[in-house]
Ligand binder design. Structure first.
Ligand SMILES: *[C@@H]1O[C@H](CO)[C@@H](O)[C@H](O)[C@H]1NC(C)=O
Ligand SMILES: *[C@@H]1O[C@H](CO)[C@@H](O)[C@H](O)[C@H]1NC(C)=O
Ligand SMILES: *[C@@H]1O[C@H](CO)[C@@H](O)[C@H](O)[C@H]1NC(C)=O
Ligand SMILES: *[C@@H]1O[C@H](CO)[C@@H](O)[C@H](O)[C@H]1NC(C)=O
Ligand SMILES: *[C@@H]1O[C@H](CO)[C@@H](O)[C@H](O)[C@H]1NC(C)=O
Ligand SMILES: *[C@@H]1O[C@H](CO)[C@@H](O)[C@H](O)[C@H]1NC(C)=O
Ligand SMILES: *[C@@H]1O[C@H](CO)[C@@H](O)[C@H](O)[C@H]1NC(C)=O
Ligand SMILES: *[C@@H]1O[C@H](CO)[C@@H](O)[C@H](O)[C@H]1NC(C)=O
Ligand SMILES: *[C@@H]1O[C@H](CO)[C@@H](O)[C@H](O)[C@H]1NC(C)=O
Ligand SMILES: *[C@@H]1O[C@H](CO)[C@@H](O)[C@H](O)[C@H]1NC(C)=O
Ligand SMILES: *[C@@H]1O[C@H](CO)[C@@H](O)[C@H](O)[C@H]1NC(C)=O
Ligand SMILES: *[C@@H]1O[C@H](CO)[C@@H](O)[C@H](O)[C@H]1NC(C)=O
Length: 776
């Protein structure tokens, strides 16, 4: 999304700021003047070296410009009349070439005939596909070049140092040579690199620069101070360049600065200067950097400002909302994650040009001002994760016919969408966040949504069965559905209809019937705390991308599908506790396993533990309690380097532990519950004396990206252990917590000395064994 907007912004600026080619009105009057033969043929040769491929230019209005380039008979040098070729009236030399968005596909070499057009002053090759060509070093031939635009054209490699020989450049745009990242639109692969030394020569040599766009080039250095010497510079875009160090504040020139973007340079610090009334600043984007200090109240003077992004920086919370009150030209305002407090000012309703408004992750309180209904150009509104409250009547968005992303989640709203009011046919949303909005019914206007990607209605009071039309929402598009923590009952179709779904959260409801089978694209499947019954379909095994599966606390029965072992290649969290599964645990864990958490407690599982569990080298948490396993102690799990918690109470484990002492390792084990088994022999020396950070809780995370939205799911480790005869449930466990429970077994002999050395032990239960001696 961000890239899309940024490219759009840049193309807008292109139109605003780019040179104006002399429109060829003169052609008639100049017909007698012919272009130079060698230049015409150079252009034809250039044309011949490329394919015309529609997929090369995805920009709107693209067309094959070079198609009009044709040789005329009789040596007629006709390039003067070709599309988008500009020539000098007096000399007949080609001086301008605008091949932006021309469907050109192929590589551009240093020996290309293009570089013989040494009189060129303006060259745009943007929005084509040069198939990962390097920027040719012959670019230095263009001594007269004032405008060079090689943006968004799949150039790759090092930016040629020869660019810094083009000392007449006033406009240089190398932005956006990227490969899109399908899983993560905000993190495209950058194709160009610029060496710090080349960056320095660039800004030292190109002293006439007015516009410098280097966004999405991996520069990976500090910003050279000499940039402040570019006294004509008005527009600078350095988005996502891995810049670090301090941004030279002198770059903000009150008379000149029009565009400044340094977004997404996470290690770049800097601060904003005091602004002047005369400042022509149009776009100021410093979001996702470490800019600090205060946002100066003088920002109110920037009455040309159209775009302001100060999201997720280190600004202190002293942003005075009233300081923004004059910025009525704003079309884009992003103040997310900025510790912004108090009510949303109602004068914001006067910012009628706003298209994008993001206030998410702040501490805003009060209600959405009624004046918001005046923001008729709004397309994207993010208010999630604040302390906002009050009734949100969907009618308030009635005039905002272009609104397609609405995020209200994690506030205290009461969202009202009366069915008789809603005009369902009109508005199509791609993003809807209505979590904790006191919804009592699925809003009727969702009925005809065909483009939704994420839909979040978690933590509401949805009750009864879901309406049938629910399964038709966003059939081709839905990626994320969260309806967890409601009061929903009834059954779900046997096969989930959303073909692209990646996250399905049904947990904490009263769903009944068979567990639905989601599409194989699913990464996260949460269905805990419902009333699903019956066996797990083997079709579940088609979910080969699964990272997280939580089916605990249902009434599921039958045996585990054997694929639960196969899954383990990508699966990180597997929670199947508190059901009625029986049989054995699948055997086939392999050494590519990424499992960190397994809980199969409170079932009727039997037999031996699969020895292949020892392949799960990432495993930290293994809960086997309250089953009917009958096996000796799994001493072979001692090789697992990360295992912190092993609970196996209430089973039929038996025998002497640790006969082969050399294997007794368990380097990180902190919590061991062996109670209510049939172990015999001496207490094994299972505990290392390690010191760990005590304040953090133990948890496992999964994270993934859904079309630009990062999803994080984190599961805290929990355990039930007996303390002073009572079973206590700990819903989270500090890293430093250490406990041993070996009670209710048949351990015998003296209590070993090493028990006394376990200084960090928080809980020790050895009762109901046949031990002698005293506790050291
Ligand atoms: C160059 O061509 C592109 C695409 O056809 C067009 O959008 C742009 O306005 C042109 N630039 C100038 C300065 O004419
Ligand atoms: C070149 O072609 C144009 C028409 O395409 C014609 O008007 C002109 O006379 C020709 N010039 C020469 C030198 O042949
Ligand atoms: C683009 O590059 C690829 C890989 O180098 C090559 O196979 C292909 O032929 C190139 N296409 C064109 C049109 O040059
Ligand atoms: C340029 O050089 C490449 C090899 O480096 C060659 O394949 C290509 O034909 C040459 N093009 C021209 C126009 O000479
Ligand atoms: C600056 O440009 C001149 C030619 O215009 C060139 O000789 C010189 O090497 C360039 N300096 C740098 C640092 O690139
Ligand atoms: C795409 O983004 C993801 C998440 O940020 C990252 O892990 C992955 O490496 C990226 N892929 C490419 C090809 O850059
Ligand atoms: C950016 O360039 C630096 C220095 O060349 C390199 O270490 C780093 O891996 C590059 N980053 C990416 C994402 O390519
Ligand atoms: C800026 O320009 C001045 C005068 O041209 C020069 O003395 C100074 O060294 C330059 N500063 C940098 C950092 O290049
Ligand atoms: C909008 O602007 C007008 C004119 O400046 C002002 O009178 C009005 O109070 C403003 N509205 C809000 C809601 O602040
Ligand atoms: C719904 O929208 C359509 C098309 O904009 C309009 O004709 C119709 O009157 C609207 N209905 C209601 C109830 O607002
Ligand atoms: C809206 O959805 C309902 C129920 O799914 C359907 O009957 C109706 O035809 C849909 N209307 C439009 C305009 O798609
Ligand atoms: C322990 O073993 C005895 C007999 O060896 C058996 O009766 C008892 O049920 C076993 N206890 C458990 C908890 O398995």
């Amino acid at each position: 999304m961000g890239i899309h907007l940024s490219i759009r912004m840049l193309s807008k600026l292109l139109v605003l700021l780019l040179f104006h080619l002399v429109v060829a009105n003169f052609v008639d009057s100049l017909q007698q003047l012919s272009c130079h033969t060698e230049e015409s043929s150079a252009l034809l040769q250039f044309k011949e070296s490329f394919m015309i491929d529609k997929s090369a230019s995805r920009s709107k209005g693209a067309y094959p410009k070079v198609s009009s380039w044709k040789p005329a008979g009789g040596g007629n040098s006709s390039c003067c009349s070709w599309d988008d070729v500009d020539y000098d009236e007096k000399t007949g030399h080609v001086i301008g070439l605008n091949l932006s968005s021309s469907y050109l596909y192929g590589s551009l070499d240093s020996n290309s005939s293009l570089f013989s057009l040494v009189h060129l002053q303006r060259l745009s090759l943007s929005y084509n596909n040069f198939n990962h060509s390097q920027i040719p070093s012959s670019i230095r031939n263009f001594r007269s070049l004032t405008h060079l635009d090689l943006s968004a054209s799949f150039f790759s490699g090092q930016v040629s140092s020869q660019v810094s020989h083009l000392s007449k450049l006033t406009y240089l745009n190398l932005c956006c040579n990227i490969l899109e990242n399908e899983t993560s639109p905000n993190n495209p692969q950058r194709l160009l690199k610029l060496q710090p030394s080349d960056m320095r020569s660039l800004v030292q040599n190109l002293t006439s620069l007015e516009t410098l766009y280097l966004s999405f080039i991996n520069i990976s250095s500090i910003i050279p101070v000499s940039l402040t010497n570019l006294s004509f510079l008005t527009s600078l875009a350095l988005r996502q360049c891995d810049l670090f160090g301090e941004f030279p504040v002198k770059i903000f020139s009150p008379q000149n600065s029009e565009v400044l973007s340094v977004r997404y340079n996470q290690d770049l610090t800097g601060y904003l200067p005091k602004f002047n009334r005369s400042s022509p600043l149009i776009s100021l984007r410093v979001g996702f950097t470490m800019f600090f200090g205060t946002i100066p109240s003088s920002i109110e003077k920037l009455n040309s400002l159209q775009e302001l992004d100060v999201a997720q920086c280190n600004f202190s919370n002293s942003l005075v909302p009233t300081a923004l009150g004059n910025l009525r030209q704003l079309t884009y305002l992003d103040i997310s994650a900025s510790r912004f407090g108090g009510p949303i000012p109602s004068w914001l309703g006067n910012f009628t040009k706003l298209v994008y408004l993001d206030f998410a992750y702040n501490q805003l309180s009060g209600s959405i001002p009624a004046s918001f209904s005046n923001l008729i150009n709004l397309e994207i509104l993010y208010l999630h994760a604040n302390n906002l409250s009050g009734v949100v009547d969907f009618q308030m968005f009635e005039k905002q016919q272009n609104l397609y992303q609405l995020q209200l989640s994690w506030n205290n709203f009461e969202f009202v969408a009366e069915s008789n009011i809603m005009n369902a046919t009109v508005r199509q949303f791609t993003i809807l966040g209505l979590s904790s909005c006191n919804l009592k019914e699925v809003p009727y206007f969702l009925r005809n949504q065909t483009k939704l990607e994420p839909l979040d209605m978690a933590v509401n009071q949805l009750h009864g069965e879901l309406p049938n039309w629910m399964w038709n929402i966003g059939k081709e598009t839905l990626l994320f559905l969260d309806i967890s923590r409601n009061l929903i009952s009834g059954e779900i179709p046997a096969v989930i209809p959303w073909v692209k779904l990646q996250c399905l959260r049904l947990s904490f409801n009263s769903f009944q019937g068979r567990l639905p089978i989601p599409p194989s694209s699913l990464l996260e499947y949460g269905a805990t705390n419902n009333k699903f019954t019956g066996e797990i379909s083997p079709l579940l095994c088609n979910m080969s991308s699964l990272l997280y599966l939580d089916l605990s606390k249902n009434n599921l029965s039958g045996t585990f599908p054997q694929c639960l072992g196969k899954f383990s290649d990508g699966l990180i969290i597997l929670l199947l506790g508190s059901n009625s599964f029986h049989g054995m645990i699948p055997q086939s864990y392999n050494n590519r396993s990424s499992l960190r958490m397994i809980d199969v407690s409170h079932n009727q599982l039997q037999g031996q533990l699969p020895r292949s569990l020892a392949n799960c080298v990432m495993l930290e948490y293994l809960v086997l309690s309250n089953n009917q396993f009958s096996d000796v102690f799994p001493i072979w799990l001692g090789t697992l380097p990360e295992l912190k918690l092993l609970a196996m109470r209430h089973n039929r484990f038996n025998g002497v532990i640790g006969q082969s002492r050399t294997n007794v390792d368990f380097p990180k084990l902190r919590i061991l519950d062996l109670s209510y088994n049939n172990f015999t022999g001496e207490i094994p020396p299972l505990f290392p004396d390690i010191t760990v950070n005590k304040s953090t809780y133990m948890y496992a995370n999964i994270s993934y990206d859904l079309n630009g939205f990062s999803i994080l799911q984190s599961v805290a480790y929990s355990i039930t252990i007996a303390v002073k005869g009572l079973d206590l449930y700990y819903s989270k466990i500090q890293e430093g917590f250490a406990a041993i429970d070996i009670s209710s077994n048949k351990f015998e002999g003296k209590i070993p000395e090493f028990i006394g050395n376990l200084k960090e032990l928080c809980s020790l239960n050895m009762s109901r064994n046949i031990l002698t001696g005293s506790i050291p």
